[in-house]
Design a protein around this ligand. Structure first.
Ligand SMILES: [Zn+2]
Length: 138
């Protein structure tokens, strides 16, 4: 297993105890993969990922990775074009227009795309105590 699998951009968790949803970063994702608890931002209870949710998580892939990259590159292009104009390397105001169009356009296109792609990236977590009781029960 490569470690990049444990870092899904835009991953959110849903707390089954208080129904709060919150995003988690690489560190917490790694903890969950190691079957270690993370603390809920809402009710402060320790949450664990069940085997079924772990399985589901592995099927997510990382759909946002390339979209984030594309959005970064277009943002960078805009900065370079605009910076070039400000520094006097680019004399034409058309370049500024291009920079604005590229930056705004990519944000308009990629923004909703990133939002849509990240919407299903959510795992349901049970409180640690509940999963322990459940596994102890016959
Ligand atoms: Zn909670």
């Amino acid at each position: 297993m490569s470690s990049s699998r444990t870092n899904i951009i835009g991953l959110k968790v849903h707390c089954n105890a208080c129904e709060k949803e919150f995003p988690i970063g690489k560190q917490k994702q790694t903890l969950l993969h190691k079957s270690q608890p993370i603390v809920c931002l809402g009710c402060k209870v320790e949450l664990m990922m069940s085997a079924a949710e772990k399985e589901r998580l592995l099927g997510f892939g990382n759909p946002l990775k390339y979209m984030m990259l594309a959005s970064m590159i277009s943002g960078l292009m805009g900065v370079i074009l605009f910076g070039g104009y400000l520094l006097g390397y680019l004399k034409s105001e058309a370049f500024v227009l291009v920079a604005v169009v590229v930056t705004l356009g990519s944000n308009l296109v990629l923004g909703p795309k990133i939002k849509n792609a990240s919407a299903p990236l959510m795992v349901n977590l049970d409180p640690k105590s509940a999963t322990m009781t459940a596994s102890a029960a016959p």
